[in-house]
Design a protein around this ligand. Sequence first.
Ligand code: BG6
Ligand code: MG
Length: 213
Amino acid sequence: MSAIKGLAFDLDGVIADSATLHFAAWKRLADELGIPFTAEDNEALKGVDRINSLRHILKLGQRALPDDEIERLAARKNGFYVDAISTLTADALLPGATALLDEAATRGLRIGLASASRNAPALLERLGVAEAFEFIADPADHLPKPAPDLFLACARAFDLPPQAMIGFEDAPAGIEAIRAAGFRAIGIGETPLPRADVQFATLADIDLAALLA
Ligand code: BG6
Ligand code: MG
């Protein structure tokens, strides 16, 4: 019997091919503001919550704005992103997501979502995988990554100790959050995540039986 009883997933860039849509929405906003913003700049924003992402972009542009203007711009970016995900289907699931979620359920593992995105529940619905998640940590109630809180909320919901949990993340801030939670940290994606315990290009490359052994 494996000591691992629960899995906690990030969403954008792990389950869903939506990291590019966050980037496109930020890029559109940065263009409007006249702030140069590249895909490379965007790497630092992966896993980072909405307001802190915007603050990062404003810093790149050496722009200081009042809080109410920052709120307005964050809402504007979110409008772009909400429009972009409104037409998504299961085609936007990343390779291996459905198969891994199915196999985990068959094995009786508890499955939680530890996404920083307030759009996560709506996106899971669009992708048709909302039912696979027994618990979704609410980013409104928790400190943003790299704090461990979203991951710890999953362990708490399942009444499991951190040693019984594995976390899956595509971003450095998320890997730090998993490590701080005391879970095993699995990196996903092509961008090297040196702080992950182990990394796979996609969820499809994971042998769950081997991971649990
Ligand atoms: C994370 C994304 O999952 O969610 C970030 O990696 C995004 O790019 C963050 O900024 C917050 O998302 P939202 O949908 O609440 O703006
Ligand atoms: Mg992510």
